[in-house]
Design a binder for this molecule. Structure first.
Ligand code: PLP
Length: 488
């Protein structure tokens, strides 16, 4: 038996590389990473002409290993070389991503240490670090020090945790369930309605509260709807507002909504996945007034703090309610419940074993301090305003309302014909060009182009490049005529 074990030991020793092999892998990977980052300025923000990564199929999982050089080559040929490039400052579509480098170092170290961040008993330090980050976010939005929450994989799971908590806190009897009413606007992110369904209350009545011409929730209408539902014996229990909608960046009037929720005893959730961190920017801080009245708040460090994908957060005032919705008991965890100086993520979220994602956030924040992050956020606000000022000078282009944050609407207004068709055409042209990437949306049946500025790598040069591209597309096609529209 010993011989067998020793033979197996020899076979699996490769899983623990010696320093030389390790240095080699590291050196190649670091070179790859820095070449990638250096190329970002020259590479397109959307690559549409390099296939769809089919070559990765040749790298199916097999018995024998392959050297690192070949694997990095497969990565650059099949993964980084096509489609969206969210690490690029030219990514101005959807909600842009980030990827500040020390976050990668945080991930690397977290993976090497493999700290058990789910339970205080497992790694008290890791849990303390994550709770410290959560309390910092609570503080910046004005929640009391007794509030807490969870570092999630992103905004969708953060919204799910908030919805589950609101459900368990507010709906206790079966008739409360049956008559439950939720209030939100058409502009709420789809992850909220998805969360409502996953959390098992898709049967609830959903009221779409009308929006004003700034795309913000009309609070008088909200209160009217609530009163009407109360009078009809229904059970209004939840309002979901947005601190920065995905489509237009609109911030709902928090204070007024908070007051209505308090008056009618409703749970007040704010989805600030995109916009939350702009509370750190002096230029727009005032728009968040009243956000402290919320019961729960979603915020995405992988958007507004420029971290790589994989970290969101939910902040919740009533930690007992959060715990009631997510605690667990298991015999095999009996040692873990002995010490609890700090609440454990496993008691406040659906996860047990999880990535120690706090380190990727703590490291860059501590290394750089919060100042450059604030400056970058403020820069995004001004870049968006600058774009909007300049793009409307191009003949044939109109813009939407003044942006609340760093998303603005703009579009082609063809001389004759179908404006929606013209803007769909423009959206395709922009993807084909790829110098910068922007996406379109449809609001009230109208197709609009959007610019969303949130990458830490987007600067004035990027905006100039975007304007140049739009100018070229529009003026090169000056006499463009399709079946449905005439450009100029
Ligand atoms: C991005 C976004 C979400 C979803 O967050 P993910 O991190 O993509 O899961 C939710 N709400 C808003 C407003 C968003 O912008």
């Amino acid at each position: 038996m010993r011989e067998k074990i020793e033979e197996l030991y020899r076979q699996c020793q490769i899983l623990e590389p010696d320093r030389k092999v390790f240095d080699h892998i590291n050196e190649r990977s670091t070179t790859f990473a820095f070449d990638f980052m250096e190329s970002l300025n020259d590479v397109k923000a959307y690559i549409s002409d390099q296939g769809t990564g089919e070559g990765i199929k040749e790298y199916d999982i097999e018995e024998e290993g392959v050297e690192i050089e070949k694997l990095l080559d497969a990565l650059s040929k099949n993964v980084t070389g096509n489609g969206l490039n969210p690490a690029s400052g030219g990514h101005l579509g959807y909600i842009p991503g980030g990827g500040v480098y020390p976050a990668a170092v945080g991930d690397y170290l977290a993976a090497v240490m493999n700290s058990y961040a789910g339970v205080f008993f497992g790694s008290a330090g890791a849990v303390r670090m994550e709770n410290l980050l959560i309390r910092w976010m609570c503080k910046i939005i004005g929640f009391p020090s007794s509030a807490l929450g969870n570092l999630t994989s992103g905004g969708s799971i953060a919204n799910l945790i908030a919805m589950t908590t609101a459900r368990d806190k507010k709906l206790k009897h079966s008739d409360e369930y049956k008559n439950a009413v939720i209030y939100l606007t058409e502009q709420v992110h789809h992850s909220v309605t998805k969360a409502i369904r996953i959390a098992g209350f898709g049967y609830a009545h959903i009221r779409f509260v009308p929006i004003d011409d700034m795309y913000r929730m009309d609070v008088d209408q909200l209160e009217n709807l609530i009163k009407e539902d109360e009078a009809n014996g229904l059970n209004p229990f939840l309002v979901v507002a947005s601190a920065g909608t995905t489509d237009t960046g609109a911030v709902d009037p928090m204070k007024a909504i908070g007051k209505v929720c308090k008056k009618h005893d409703l749970w007040f959730h704010v989805d600030g996945a995109y916009g939350g961190f702009f509370i750190l920017s002096d230029a727009v801080k005032h728009r968040f007034e009243g956000v402290e009245l919320a019961d729960s708040f979603t915020i995405d460090p992988h958007k507004g703090l420029f971290l790589p994908y994989g970290v969101g957060a939910v902040l919740i005032k009533d930690v007992d309610a959060l715990n009631q919705a997510h605690y667990y008991q298991a015999n095999y965890m009996q040692d873990a419940v002995e010490i609890d100086e700090e609440p454990s993520p496993a008691d406040l979220s659906p996860e047990l074993t999880k990535h120690f994602r706090g380190l990727r956030m703590w490291l860059p924040l501590k290394l750089f301090g919060i100042k450059p992050f604030k400056a970058a956020l403020e820069e995004k606000i001004w870049l968006c305003r600058y774009f909007r000022e300049e793009v409307q000078k191009i003949e044939g282009i109109e813009v939407g309302p003044d942006p609340d944050l760093s998303v603005a609407l703009w579009r082609l207004k063809p001389k004759e014909g179908d404006a929606n068709e013209a803007n769909r055409w423009l959206a395709r042209k922009i993807v084909e060009d790829g110098r910068v990437f922007m996406s379109s949306t449809t609001i009230d049946g109208e197709v609009w182009m959007r610019i969303a500025v949130l990458s830490f790598r987007t600067h004035i040069q990027t905006i100039e490049k975007a304007l140049e591209m739009i100018n070229e597309i529009v003026s090169n096609e000056l006499s463009f005529e399709s079946e449905s529209f005439v450009l100029v």
